[in-house]
Write a protein that binds this ligand. Structure first.
Ligand code: PLP
Length: 405
């Protein structure tokens, strides 16, 4: 099945530690022996003979055929991600949503049932709540933090569990090991959207999950440039389900975007560590400011699911939800009072960003659905970047003062 992969055995990083894998994993050198990974900006590949073309199409010989199926730069990115995640196989996609949609639709069919966490990225909720039912795939949304709720939602035709942890935008957690164990018992596949944690802080497969999806658009690029996604899982899941789905339906990543992601992985560990350090420090700082009702951060002792965080995460991440006194008006004054931190619905960037979920990313939900998820009018979501922590603290203080004025 993986005939299009021809990884140089010298680049096999299985024995190396994470930092080394991030720099060397998956490297494929051309005949020019370049130091930095090459960008193969090509749609197709030529064959030495008609016989060779026939062998490639019959899967009798490894090699590339067409960049919708695979491309050497994309292969390098996929392999580096695979080594990082500790998965058997991986496929890159054009966006995070292409990864989510492919991961679900390649596996499910009419008559199947999905259980998913209600606290999810808006577009993921659309896929589960609106798109799947159009094709006869029913779905039940549960409070993902309640392990019993997963058990109770199971039906005889349940084929897949899907959740994001920490979830956007409140950082609600799902106990990966406990929920994956329920899925395993009933023969369902567990798919985890691991965007917020990144592979540096949480590796769901180690806790029993089957499939992990990423929006590489976020921390993996980390510099706000390209869209991309990745799906990782077992050989069986990727080769028997996802491989053909991607090959035939075409949510493939551009080699250029894959190259940007590949090079960004070299600094992922450094960036995530710095962002987590600053986010943890700013969370503590914000708690003490008047006008701030509540701050959520997974490594703080007052985090509602601190025990789950400790069990499955190596750090708190770089997203900080903040609840301000004074509702929407205060939240808007806060956003408008920031100078360094920019108003944007993105996250994981080197630039610190802020968004007001109730009026942007989650405006599609009814007020009741928002309230259930803890998205109030006074809540803002910070995505902490790589700026100087003192500059950011001063910016936040200024904005909190503006929110009270
Ligand atoms: C951004 C995001 C997505 C979608 O990724 P795109 O690259 O924007 O398509 C999916 N899940 C989560 C948790 C995200 O933050």
């Amino acid at each position: 099945m993986t005939n299009t992969k021809s990884i140089d055995p010298e680049a096999d990083c299985e024995d190396f530690a994470m930092a080394t894998r991030l720099v060397h994993g998956g490297t494929l050198r051309s005949q020019f022996n370049e130091t930095s990974e090459a960008l193969f900006l090509t749609q197709g590949y030529v064959y030495d003979s008609a016989e060779q073309a026939e062998r490639r199409f019959k899967n009798e010989e490894p090699g590339y055929q067409y960049s919708r199926f695979s491309n050497p730069t994309v292969t390098m990115f996929e392999e580096r991600m695979r080594l990082l995640e500790g998965a058997e196989e991986s496929r890159a996609t054009a966006t995070g949503m292409a990864a989510v949609t492919s991961a679900l639709l390649c596996y499910l069919k009419a008559g199947d049932h999905v259980v998913a966490s209600a606290a999810m990225f808006g577009s993921c909720r659309y896929v589960v709540e609106d798109l799947c039912p159009r094709f006869g795939i029913s779905a039940t949304l549960v409070d993902g933090s309640n392990v019993d709720a997963w058990e109770e939602a199971v039906r005889p035709n349940t084929k897949l569990f899907f959740f994001e942890t920490p979830a956007n935008p409140t950082l609600a957690l799902v106990d990966i090991a406990a929920v994956s164990a329920i899925a395993k018992r009933i023969g369902a596949v567990t798919v985890v959207d691991n965007v917020f944690a990144t592979p540096m802080l949480q590796r769901p497969i180690e806790h029993g999950a089957d499939v992990v999806v990423y929006s590489a658009t976020k921390h993996i690029d980390g510099q706000g440039r390209c869209l991309g996604g990745v799906v990782l899982g077992s050989k069986e899941y990727i080769n028997d389900h996802l491989h053909t789905f991607i090959r035939q339906t075409g949510p493939s990543i551009s080699p250029f975007n894959a190259w940007v992601m590949l090079k960004s992985l070299e600094t992922l560990a450094l960036r995530v560590r710095a962002q987590c350090d600053t986010a943890a420090r700013l969370a503590d700082h914000l708690v003490g400011l008047s006008g701030v009702q509540r701050v959520l951060y997974p490594t703080r002792a007052d985090f509602p699911q601190a025990e789950v965080a400790k069990k499955q995460m190596k750090g708190g991440g770089q997203v900080v939800p903040v609840y301000l006194d004074g509702g929407k008006e205060a939240a808007f004054k806060f956003l408008n009072g920031l100078k360094i931190i920019k108003i944007s619905n993105n996250l994981g960037d080197a630039k610190s960003l802020v968004t007001h979920p109730a009026t942007t990313t989650h405006q599609r939900l009814t007020p009741d659905a928002r309230a259930e998820l803890g998205i109030t009018d006074g809540m803002v979501r910070l995505s902490i970047g790589l700026e100087d922590p003192d500059d950011l603290a001063a910016d936040l203080e200024r904005a909190v003062r503006a929110a009270r004025s």
